[in-house]
Design a protein. Structure first.
Length: 201
């Protein structure tokens, strides 16, 4: 399958859900934040949901947390956004009381509404590895209540791919950023992904 055909398939899914009304987040969003990157990538990064910057720009992980994530990915893989695909478990910004001021984790019904979109993306890309970024994405995909501290750094199976949970960069930033132990743990978990991909070549 060529890159163009995968891009076209993703574009068709995005067009299909551009005016999505499957949950109440459609009322407050500026736009759907579908995902972006290389559809031929062996790795898909999946986060929680768009924040303010993402909602305004229509791109995932472009705020301060996204910049830190891009930084650690480049440090480990020497990859930029053209090398991997990145998206979220929900495609519209969840905010407290739908006021578009303070972000919150997505609710179960919002995650369930968006889940078919995510599965369509994964069916098209067929990644070898899924990296879940943070607690919400990890819990949603693994259907567990276990915390990210216990889950991170371990391999799981999801939808035909190997799944590796890592800390969310916002958590890393709250704990001191690139000088924190959490940053080193996030980096070491991504190095496990890098080693896995090298073995699978």
């Amino acid at each position: 399958m060529t890159q163009k055909s995968k891009e076209n398939q993703l574009a068709e899914v995005q067009f299909q859900f551009e005016e999505c009304r499957l949950c109440e987040l459609n009322v407050t969003r500026t736009q759907l934040v579908f995902g972006e990157g290389n559809p031929n990538s062996k790795v898909v990064f999946i986060g929680e949901g768009p924040g303010r910057d993402e909602d305004l720009q229509g791109k995932p992980f472009v705020g301060r947390s996204g910049q830190l994530l891009s930084e650690v990915i480049f440090e480990v893989f020497q990859w930029n956004r053209n090398h991997y695909y990145i998206t979220n478990i929900v495609k519209c910004r969840p905010t407290i009381d739908r006021q578009m001021i303070k972000d919150r984790p997505p609710e179960k019904k919002e995650i369930e509404a968006c889940h078919p979109i995510l599965l369509k993306q994964l069916d098209i890309i067929k990644p070898k590895v899924i990296v879940t970024v943070g607690s919400s994405a990890t819990k949603a995909l693994l259907n567990t209540k276990e915390g990210i501290t216990k889950l991170r750094g371990n391999w799981y199976d999801f939808h035909g791919s190997s799944l590796m949970p890592i800390f969310h960069p916002s958590y890393v930033l709250r704990n001191g950023g690139i000088r924190s132990p959490q940053y080193q743990q996030m980096k070491s978990d991504l190095e496990l992904v890098k080693n896995f991909l090298e073995i699978e070549k």
